[in-house]
Write a protein that binds this ligand. Structure first.
Ligand SMILES: NC(=O)c1ccc[n+]([C@@H]2O[C@H](COP(=O)([O-])OP(=O)(O)OC[C@H]3O[C@@H](n4cnc5c(N)ncnc54)[C@H](O)[C@@H]3O)[C@@H](O)[C@H]2O)c1
Length: 248
């Protein structure tokens, strides 16, 4: 499996799952546009990608701002050329009972987890449609498939990402554009660090593989969806959770 001659945008690529996706894609031969809010951490990822011999443009942008997103995509196209793959990875959550959430919290959850996916997808689609090819890979969550206590608003937003994936996949299939979705289970990233050890151990006990995912575990299936090996797969939702949740 190779990603030669493939230009990929990965959002939220300065740490966690996004960084692992960017590095694995580069390892398999892709050139990258990595996006994040902090130029210092993005530069570290950029350096690691360049050490793998791949081209990498690092763009500081806020994916909850449509103008920022369109300017980021334009810059990526000017530097790399046609964007072949978009990975909508940015996401955010904080665990709290739903009835204690503030209205501001809901807005933030919806903007980061759902609207960012709409914005980035919209921004790459014109050129993908014109080119009659492209792949969009959305990083949702198992919370959006099966629910998660203390994450109701987040699960709702991720459920929205899953439904959007399937609907957009139907709309753009005629242009040979694939839209698929990866649902990670609990993964060892900065988003989760700070979780009490007791909770982490309880989660590991119920995962059939008996360990929480590492970011690299999520990156492999993303590379598959970015590659030509998945050309006939669209509108699909893949859980990457060590067997914690299983589809019927
Ligand atoms: N870690 C898990 O257990 C887990 C489980 C299921 C799903 N996910 C999903 O996987 C994805 C990656 O999660 P992670 O754990 O690596 O998160 P993370 O918090 O470690 O990394 C997210 C990155 O996105 C960036 N980001 C956040 N808001 C942004 C914005 N508005 N504009 C640009 N960049 C922004 C952050 O700065 C950070 O670099 C998210 O969509 C998350 O919801 C994670």
């Amino acid at each position: 499996m190779r990603l030669d001659n493939t230009n990929i945008i990965v959002t939220g690529a300065s740490q966690g799952i996004g960084k692992a996706i960017a590095l694995k894609s580069a390892f398999y031969g892709a050139d990258l546009c990595i996006v994040g809010r902090h130029s210092d951490t993005l530069k570290v990822t950029q350096g690691e990608i360049e050490k793998l011999g791949r081209k990498c443009v690092a763009i500081t942008a806020d994916v909850t701002d449509f103008e920022s997103v369109t300017s980021m995509v334009k810059q990526a196209q000017e530097t790399l050329g046609q964007i072949n793959v978009l990975v909508n990875n940015v996401g955010w959550d904080a665990t709290e009972q739903f009835w204690k959430n503030s209205l501001e919290f809901w807005d933030k959850i919806i903007e980061i987890n759902y609207k960012s996916v709409l914005y980035c997808s919209r921004a790459v689609l014109d050129s993908m449609i014109e080119n009659n090819s492209g792949k969009i890979i959305n990083i949702a969550s198992d919370a959006g498939r099966v629910g998660s206590s203390g994450e109701s608003a987040y699960a709702g937003a991720k459920g929205g990402v899953i439904a959007f994936t399937k609907s957009l996949a139907r709309e753009v299939a005629r242009y040979q554009i694939n839209v698929n979705c990866i649902c990670p289970g609990p993964t060892n990233t900065p988003l989760n660090q700070g979780q009490p050890e007791k909770i982490r151990m309880a989660i590991e006990r119920v995962i059939p593989f008996k360990r929480i995912a590492e970011p690299d575990d999520i990156a492999g299936p993303v590379v598959f969806f970015a590659s030509s090996l998945s050309d006939y797969i669209t509108g699909q939702v893949l859980s990457v959770s060590g067997g914690l949740t299983m589809q019927g």
